[in-house]
Design a protein around this ligand. Structure first.
Ligand code: UDP
Length: 252
């Protein structure tokens, strides 16, 4: 039997939301089942999101997180935690992957996720409109052994693991079975909301693995780009007068 993939997506209402959710939904639709898409909004859940999810034909759960972050840098943190609590409480067995709604994903990525036994990581290409090149972040590997990290920005040298939020996935049983996986801590694994910018991923991963020896670089050699992290700030777009939509359009 194929391993279940549990794809966690925090999302919120903004002009590009319907476009992002439809795009991601269509990719997930092409992934062979079993796949569960956990989409988390902050209160209140929107009808538009519910409608898009219903139409994609992907197995999904639409969750609502009561807490919203007061810090703009902690985008999606409480929503991902809501999903983690849900997975843990219901013992949902599978490979957990945090897939933000705005990134670009290849089908190959989802195939590779099924190869993960404990914790898998791979390089992600970051595309930002302020820079005219793609920046790589993630592991350098010898076969599937992680032997180093791609990193570019000086301040980021202090991070323990140089992994993008979209560049790792893990076996859900790690959440409720710390002994079996020799987890560094037995307290519940959660994203933290008071973390310096750029450290969100590493503080999370430090709760899941002790070091690189507990990681698997995928695919072997880590030499392929399977997804792209897009940094498009919708609010910086210049729209013709009268063209800016503050809210979602109804999707019919
Ligand atoms: N997000 C959210 N609420 C917010 C801001 C962001 O649910 O107030 C979600 C967003 O839809 C995306 C993820 O959190 O799925 C990451 O957000 P963003 O791409 O803005 O962060 P970046 O990757 O640029 O740091």
């Amino acid at each position: 039997p194929r391993k279940q993939l549990i794809v966690v997506t925090p999302t919120y209402g903004r002009p590009l939301q319907a476009y992002f959710l439809n795009r991601l939904g269509h990719v997930l639709r092409l992934v062979p089942p079993p796949l569960l898409w956990i989409v988390v909004e902050t209160n209140p859940a929107s009808m538009e999101t519910a409608e898009i999810l219903r139409k994609t034909g992907v197995m999904y759960r639409h969750l609502v997180c009561a807490r919203n972050s007061t810090n703009v840098k902690d985008r999606g943190v409480h929503q991902r935690n809501t999903a983690l609590e849900h997975i843990e409480r219901h013992r949902l067995d599978g490979v957990v992957y945090f897939a933000d709604d705005d990134n670009i994903y290849s089908l190959e990525l989802f195939q590779s996720l099924r190869e993960i036994s404990r914790f898998g990581t791979w390089p992600v290409a970051m595309l930002a409109h302020s820079k005219n090149k793609a920046i790589l972040e993630g592991p350098v590997c010898n076969g599937s052994q992680v032997i180093g990290w791609h990193t570019n920005e000086k301040s980021k040298r202090l991070r323990r693991f140089h992994v993008d939020m979209a560049g790792f996935a893990f076996n859900s049983t790690i959440l409720w079975d710390p002994k079996r996986w020799r987890r560094p801590t037995s307290v519940p694994i959660r994203q933290l909301d008071i973390v310096k910018e750029g450290f969100q991923e590493t503080t999370f991963i430090e709760q899941v693995v002790e070091d690189e020896s507990q990681m698997e670089g995928i695919p072997p050699g880590c030499s392929r780009i399977m997804n792209w992290h897009l940094h498009l700030e919708a609010r910086h777009f210049v729209y013709p007068r009268g063209w800016l939509l503050q809210k979602n359009l109804d999707v019919v």
